[in-house]
Design a protein around this ligand. Sequence first.
Ligand SMILES: *Cc1c(COP(=O)(O)O)cnc(C)c1O
Length: 254
Amino acid sequence: MPEIDPARRASQVASALAEVRARLDRACDDAGRDRADVQLLPVTKFFPASDAAILYGLGCREFGESREQEATAKVAELADLLASAGTGEGADAVRWHMIGSLQRNKARAVARWAHAIHSVDSVRLVDALSRAASAALAEGERPEPLRVLLQVSLDGDPARGGVRGHELTELAARTEDADGLELAGLMAVPPLGADPERAFEALAGVHRDLLREHPRATALSAGMTGDLEAAVRYGSTCVRVGTALLGSRPITSY
Ligand SMILES: *Cc1c(COP(=O)(O)O)cnc(C)c1O
């Protein structure tokens, strides 16, 4: 990425954030939903900690990242930036969300910094996260259990991650019973080329079924830059927005 003047970058990000907030306001209005029930989660992957610091200065306190190594470094960098700026509540007020697929051997690192993980789709990962979060709690590295959102597959394609059907039912029960974890809800990414309306409608049905067994699993992480309106219409409580806030990423970003 070319070097860009910090003041210019700050004003660029500020106007992008204002536009996305207005879009989300409108989406909530159109859907007859309370704006307070839908969180905007800026996704900072591929962008520097300085961009997260700009967003922090504009009132954002939660950020999404999708790759463990990049995130672990950025979490520390943002804490340094906020400490040296000496303004606001500092890094303690920040909540990081892991939204990308995670290998089990990275669970321990993620348990140190993640408030929530949106991409859990196997029993083995649940077990690894449970051990990791329990250890982090015992060692005072995290203040509360790790919130887990189970990733739903909307097309059954295992390559894109996510589970469905009885696998999802089992995973929810396993997570509910796991030490160090809290079953928070569901997450999904519509299949490539799918109609997001139909995809999010299906997801809403899956979420209704889950809520019958797990009434506290109210979080529904759905919607990105291209489809947040449809997601809000079908009950999203968290839209994960990268491109519309920070610009486009290299093509290899997933
Ligand atoms: C990168 C990413 C996003 C953000 O997508 P945009 O289209 O850039 O808004 C959302 N969710 C996940 C899981 C991602 O990896």
